[in-house]
Each structure stands twice: as structure tokens, then as C-alpha cells.
Ligand binder design. Structure first.
Ligand code: C5P
Length: 301
């Protein structure tokens, strides 16, 4: 039997609080954040390009580059270089809003690394995967395992937290992109108290204490983005006015996450928020970064 390909479901992430603690000499910022995988995904079908060590990428759904500007492409190149595997053909079905603070590009990159590892039975050591992921982007290491985790450093240093339950999320994305670089340039650094709010959030996550988590949610990238893009402030106000337990921008935005108690509460909020020109997704927390399934097996010889 020969594995013909793998299909990878690559989950988006949200940030349940994000503290920017310092600007670094390398141009990045030190942060503390609680990453959470959610049930909104892209799908990547990976098949071998037997005759070459190149990369081929086709994109369906939302519009993203189909060349080296796409992080999935660069992840495939890195897999070929680091794992010595054959080239990869990728069919990417894009659903996660782009440059929206949901880690879609990072999820796709991690999916390519994990997918190529499975497709070619490489068995790459965890440390190698993490190193390759960190070189691709700050959020990619988290996306390898997903679930719930405290991220520090530039986001690549991870500590797994217990799976979150008892809460759903309404993701509201205005239809414009915000570059992470711009959001960090506008960041208000050092707003965070000595006992960082992300530590408080971590404790709340560990104890499954949703009210405390909701009360403690802050994102140091939010003030800058909200003043540059007033529409994001309107989204946040609307989510609170419509009864969200809390509303906080995810990562570098512009997506705002509204916390709700369950799926019916999320669906009812979606109905009330419809027709305002925002993309809305009602999602649950997920405890993995991706799911890999074989596409097809065919007998050899
Ligand atoms: O690592 P990644 O390529 O995703 O980061 C995109 C941009 O976001 C960086 O070039 C940097 O400007 C900013 N960034 C940062 N500090 C972080 C993560 C990202 O300043 N911890």
C-alpha cells in the first residue's frame, strides 16, 4: 500500500490576551499571550511531486498569493531543504480570513510541515519541527501542536495549558487587513502591571474559570489598532452591547473575539450582527493544531 496524499485540516488561533512587554533589538517584541486553537480551518491537500524537489501551490476560496509570498509555499521549501523529502504539491482551500489576527498563514505553514512529515514518513524530531517553524514565523511553533498554550518570547516559546471548555467564541472580522508589523509599531509597550494579566488569564484557564478569564482579557496591540481603524472599535462596542461576556482583539487584529457561553448564544449573536459588512464565525475551542487524514491508498505493483 502506498500513501497517495494527505489532507490536513489547519485550525485558526485566537489570542486570549496579549501583553507586549518589551521591544527587542532584533526588531521583534517580547510578548506574553494565551494562544487558543479554534474550530475554523483551512484545508490543505498534500501530494508528492515525484519528479522534482520543487513546490506547487493552488489556492481555492479566499484570495491569497500562490507563490513564494505564501507562507505555505515557504514551509514546503523548508520541508524539502530540512527533511530532504521530494517536492510537494499543495491544494489550499482558504477559509480563515487573511491578515486578520487569526494566524491563518501560520496554520497553513504548520500544516505543510506536519503534513509533509506524515506523507513521507519522515519522523522529524519535535525540536527540528519547532526550529523550522520558528524560522517561518512567530506563531508557527504554536500551530504545530495547537490547543491552549502560554506563548512568551516572540510567541515561539510555549507552555501547554489544559484544554479550555465551557466557552464559545464569535469572531468578527472587518473586511480590511492589518499588517502585524504595523500593529506592533503602534503598540503601547509596558502597559502591563508587574503581575501580568496573561498570568492571571493562565490561572483562569487552568481552573476553567471563564468569568475571571473574561474579566482579565486585554491586548496591548488593541489601543493602537483601534485608533488607526475606528471600525475595529465599533466591532468591539457592538459585541459588548449585544451581550458578549467580553470582547478583545485577537493578535494584531482586526478580528475581535466575543466570548459567549455556548453555541446557541453565538449563533443568535451572529444573526444580530449580520448585514454590517463584517465576516462572522461562531467557533469552539479545539485542542489540536491540525488533523491529518490519508487521502487515498493504492496497491503497489
Ligand atoms: O514572526 P512574524 O513574521 O509572524 O511577524 C511579523 C511581524 O510582526 C514582524 O516582522 C514584527 O514586525 C512583528 N512582530 C513583533 N513581535 C512579535 C511578533 C511579530 O514585533 N513577537
Amino acid at each position: 500500500m502506498r500513501l497517495q496524499g494527505v489532507s490536513v485540516e489547519a485550525f485558526a488561533k485566537i489570542n486570549l490576551g496579549l501583553a507586549v512587554t518589551a521591544a527587542r533589538p532584533d526588531g521583534y517584541h517580547d510578548i506574553e499571550t494565551v494562544f487558543q486553537s479554534v474550530s475554523l480551518s483551512d484545508t490543505l491537500a498534500l501530494t508528492p511531486l515525484e519528479s522534482s524537489s520543487g513546490v506547487s501551490l493552488r489556492v481555492h476560496g479566499l484570495s491569497v498569493p500562490d507563490g513564494p509570498d505564501n507562507l505555505a509555499w515557504r514551509a514546503a521549501e523548508a520541508a524539502v531543504a530540512e527533511f530532504g523529502c521530494p517536492g510537494v504539491s499543495i491544494d489550499l482551500t482558504k477559509r480563515i480570513p487573511v491578515a486578520a489576527g487569526l494566524g491563518g498563514g501560520s496554520a497553513d505553514a504548520a500544516a505543510v510541515l506536519v503534513g509533509a512529515d506524515a506523507l513521507f514518513a519522515i519522523g522529524a524530531p519535535r525540536e527540528t519541527l519547532l526550529d523550522v517553524a520558528a524560522a517561518l514565523g512567530s506563531d508557527v511553533p504554536f500551530m504545530l501542536s495547537g490547543g491552549t498554550a502560554l506563548g512568551t518570547g516572540r510567541g515561539e516559546s510555549l507552555e501547554r495549558l489544559p484544554a479550555l471548555s465551557g466557552v464559545w467564541f464569535v469572531l468578527v472580522t472587518p473586511r480590511f487587513a492589518v499588517s502585524a508589523g504595523d500593529a506592533y509599531r503602534m503598540a503601547r509597550i509596558g502597559l502591563t502591571e508587574a503581575l501580568s494579566f496573561t498570568r492571571v488569564n493562565c490561572l483562569a484557564v487552568r481552573e476553567g474559570d471563564i468569568p475571571t478569564l473574561a474579566k482579565g482579557l486585554r491586548n496591548d496591540l488593541e489601543a493602537g489598532v483601534l485608533s488607526a481603524y475606528p471600525e475595529v472599535a465599533r466591532v468591539k462596542e457592538t459585541l459588548i452591547a449585544e451581550g458578549a461576556l467580553a470582547a478583545v482583539m485577537s493578535g494584531s487584529g482586526p478580528t475581535v473575539v466575543g466570548l459567549v457561553k455556548d453555541e446557541p448564544a453565538g449563533q443568535s449573536m451572529l444573526t444580530r450582527l449580520a448585514g454590517r459588512g463584517w465576516d462572522i464565525h461562531v467557533v469552539a475551542p479545539i485542542d489540536v493544531g491540525q488533523r491529518v487524514t490519508p487521502i487515498e491508498n493504492e496497491p503497489v505493483g
